[in-house]
Design a protein around this ligand. Structure first.
Ligand SMILES: [Zn+2]
Ligand SMILES: [Zn+2]
Length: 287
């Protein structure tokens, strides 16, 4: 795909909206077919200095993401990308781990035995979840509080302290939409408060996941009001991910993510791990 075919809301020709994208899926994920060198090439075209490849890793053995990409394969892929693009771009070996309380010990064991530059913990409604889209119609007309079990797993992910970043915090909105609309979640800040407090306590970074803006919910994950609340209670660690599963989705809607960050007083992208390494990534002022 050439630069002039890219969506209008993407910066091109060496101008990026945000300096990094920490959430990218390739053919090493069961739900993506993007060749591994596509995102590095796009990032270089934008002049973006850092990306993280974060293919899925699941611990429920029934999920394809449990076996598709062994750790060694991920390491080899990123090393190869670094050989090819490393003089123009920093590529982090990341992972998006599906967290479930039931698998916490397995995840802990895995992370003790395997090194990553960046870890995202996310909740994805699994095979047995009531929030699978195919079952979600039973929630038609319900209050958002019926999704409390989902948010309890989110809290578990943060309290585990296992992850650098909490991925797409209120992703359940995607699954129950339109049966439970955005307004219902906006009216239920009590669902968000426990995990937001836990983010601050553990130093886990909040991800502004821009994929919501391209999906039918039409709003990023988590809701902007949760980003505002995170700032209010002292949240400092924050990053941005497009959750691309297609080339066109790379860094998509990062102009909106940047505006949201600046609106709420976040002037840098930083995780606890990066801070310890002295790394801060300023959010560029709006052009
Ligand atoms: Zn995810
Ligand atoms: Zn993802």
């Amino acid at each position: 795909m050439s630069a002039n075919e890219r969506p209008k809301n993407l910066a091109i020709n060496g101008i990026f909206d945000l300096p990094l994208d920490v959430h990218l899926h390739t053919l090493l994920s069961p739900d993506s077919a993007v060749p591994v060198d596509v995102y590095p090439a796009l990032a270089i075209a934008l002049g973006m200095p850092r990306i993280a490849i974060t293919d899925h890793l699941d611990f429920d053995p029934r999920e394809p993401g449990a076996t598709l990409a062994p750790h060694q394969r991920r390491v080899e892929v990123v090393n190869e990308l670094r050989r090819k693009f490393g003089d123009r771009l920093e590529i982090l070996l990341g992972v998006e781990i599906t967290y479930e309380r039931a698998y916490e010990q397995d995840i802990r064991d895995h992370l003790q035995r395997h090194q990553y530059d960046l870890t995202i913990g996310s909740i994805h409604p699994g095979i047995d979840s009531p929030f699978k889209r195919s079952r979600a119609a039973i929630f038609a007309g319900s209050d958002a509080n019926v999704t409390a079990p989902y948010f309890d797993e989110v809290l578990g992910a943060v309290e585990s302290g296992l992850f650098d970043i909490l991925g797409h915090a209120d992703y359940v909105r995607k699954y129950v939409y339109p049966h439970i609309g955005t307004d219902r979640f906006e009216a239920a800040p009590e669902l968000y408060e426990p995990f937001l407090q836990a983010l601050v306590k553990t130093g886990t970074a909040l991800e502004i996941n821009s994929s919501g803006w391209r999906q039918r919910t039409g709003v990023c994950y988590p809701l902007p009001q949760a980003v505002a609340r995170y700032k209010e209670i002292g949240g400092r660690y924050i990053v941005t991910g497009s959750d691309a599963h297609e080339p066109d989705w790379f860094a998509l809607n990062f102009d909106r993510a940047r505006a949201l960050l600046l609106e709420h007083g976040f002037d840098e992208l930083v995780t606890k791990r990066w801070e310890r390494a002295g790394e801060h990534w300023p959010v560029p002022p709006t052009r």
